[in-house]
Design a protein around this ligand. Structure first.
Ligand SMILES: OCN(O)CCCc1ccccc1
Ligand code: NI
Length: 188
């Protein structure tokens, strides 16, 4: 299973490189790695397992973060009810060879900013990203899919897409004023 020791940190060159496309059918090894990336996210959101293995909770994980320079990322975003019980998956998928088709001019950012499993420090500031994004990808069997996301799911997905291009979330933060706002930016 993947644990925090497998996740490389900023400063490692792989995190600033462009990931390679994935060939299908997957090798047994790459299929296993992809499934383990998704399993890490599920484990990291399970209180007992996260505590037992000291996992930082994550809703996304990109292959370059475990030093695999391939165009793969996993997302696992669950819906919770007011008591904090899991209702079901909002977006839970392993994405291969994603290609952005279009995105909105309108931007969104999380009020609390973003973090990253490969960045062991807090970097304050709004991370402006397109509010809506449409992209194609292949699933673990190589089947093509098209997905249109908005708001939080779009933010998480674009954070992962950035990792495949060697971009960190803080590259998008306004240096002069990290909390700069304009009427094209909606805070979530
Ligand atoms: O690359 C995934 N990762 O570092 C985990 C954090 C994911 C994430 C956190 C806040 C907003 C968007 C995405
Ligand atoms: Ni990250």
């Amino acid at each position: 299973m993947i644990t925090m020791k497998d996740i490389i940190e900023e400063g490692h060159p792989t995190l600033r490189s462009v990931a390679e496309p994935v060939e299908f059918p997957l090798s047994d090894e790459l299929r296993k790695t992809a499934l383990e990336m998704h399993e890490f996210l599920v484990n990291s959101q399970n209180e007992e397992i996260a505590e037992k293995y000291d996992l930082r909770p994550g809703v996304g994980l990109a292959a370059p973060q475990i030093n695999v320079n391939k165009q793969i990322f996993a997302v696992h975003i669950m819906e919770y009810d007011e008591e904090g019980n899991e209702v079901g998956p909002i977006l839970s998928e392993i994405i291969f060879n994603p290609k952005v088709i279009s995105h909105s001019v309108q931007q969104v950012a999380l009020k609390e900013g973003e973090g990253c499993l490969s960045v062991n420090r807090e970097v304050k500031g709004y991370v402006p990203r397109p509010k809506r994004v449409k992209f194609t990808y292949q699933d673990i069997d190589g089947n093509e899919h098209t997905l249109k996301l908005r708001d939080y799911e779009a933010i998480v997905t674009q954070h992962e897409l950035d990792h495949l291009k060697g971009i960190f979330f803080y590259d998008h933060i306004n240096e002069e004023n990290p909390f700069a706002q304009d009427d094209n930016l909606e805070l979530l």
